[in-house]
Design a protein around this ligand. Structure first.
Ligand code: GLN
Length: 274
């Protein structure tokens, strides 16, 4: 209790989130929350305490995300390995999963691609939640793909992974799919200075930023979809809160008759386009 209190107030004084102390102490003790509650008046081993305090200080100083210190993040109630080669999965992307699952259930697309899979969270979660669908995923980063493959293996998800610049592999193979899902990089480079250090200095640049006010990757995927998406197929993207109109226009320019739906996240911001 004493060590935890010290860490929480230290983080608070350094303008960091005090709850991180609890996440880190559980990690270092290999404890569940309940284990912790039952051991609050017990002594802590010196080496565990030292490692914990080292992490607390590093986080306070540099903003290193707690997920990089623990090597994990939970997404859709599953534990995923993460490291500095992949974007840390965000809760907004869980809302993308819910919408994508609705399409899977209502429209039954047979073959689905996650374009820019990173840690693999989207592809793997869709496979676990809708195991009868054929799911593939691509990423341009071979380092990210290694993380995604390990996650798929550990979670027992039969997803095929390919090194690919978004849909290029499917175009090169002359293949078409029925649904494309993606959470591509969408932050404008000019917004870099306004990002928190925990994001700016730690999530991979390749996963965060896109040219053209953050629209370049949507434009690329939509263009590629002309070859890679079967007639009558579905596109579903996570988007930045101010990008809905521009992305809608990109889609309409290529698919004039498309039915387009924009969906808000829990905070009421535009977050998904289908
Ligand atoms: N698809 C992955 C995710 O949603 C990676 C996204 C990215 O790197 N932009 O977490």
């Amino acid at each position: 209790q004493e060590v935890l209190n010290w860490a929480s107030s230290f983080l608070k004084k350094q303008n960091r989130e005090p709850k991180i102390a609890e996440i880190l102490i559980l990690h270092h003790l290999h404890f569940t929350k309940i284990d912790l509650l039952m051991a609050l008046n017990q002594p802590i081993e010196v080496h565990v305490k030292d490692n914990f305090i080292r992490d607390i200080k590093e986080h306070a100083k540099t903003g290193i995300p707690v997920q990089h210190l623990t090597g994990e993040e939970f997404f859709f109630d599953r534990r995923f390995e993460v490291n500095h080669h992949v974007l840390i999965p965000r809760p907004e992307t869980e809302e993308l999963i819910v919408k994508a699952l609705e399409v899977l259930i209502e429209e039954d697309p047979k073959r689905i691609v996650d374009a820019g899979t990173g840690s693999g969270v989207i592809a793997i979660t869709l496979k676990k939640e809708a195991p009868d669908h054929w799911i593939e995923a691509g990423d341009i980063s071979s380092d990210a793909l290694q993380v995604a493959k390990r996650n798929a293996e550990r979670l027992g998800a039969d997803v095929r992974f390919f090194e690919s610049d978004f849909l290029q592999k499917w175009i090169d193979a002359g293949e078409q799919v029925d649904m494309i899902v993606s959470n591509p990089p969408y932050i404008a480079k000019s917004d870099r200075p306004s990002l928190q250090d925990t994001v700016r200095d730690f999530d991979p640049e390749l996963a965060l930023f896109a040219n053209d006010d953050g629209l370049a990757c949507y434009r690329q995927i939509i263009n590629q979809s002309q070859k890679a998406l079967a007639c009558g197929g579905y596109l579903i993207f996570e988007i930045g809160a101010s990008q809905a109109k521009a992305i809608k226009q990109l889609i309409q320019a290529i698919y004039p008759g498309a039915q387009i739906e924009i969906i808000q996240d829990l905070l009421g911001r535009d977050r998904i386009i289908r």
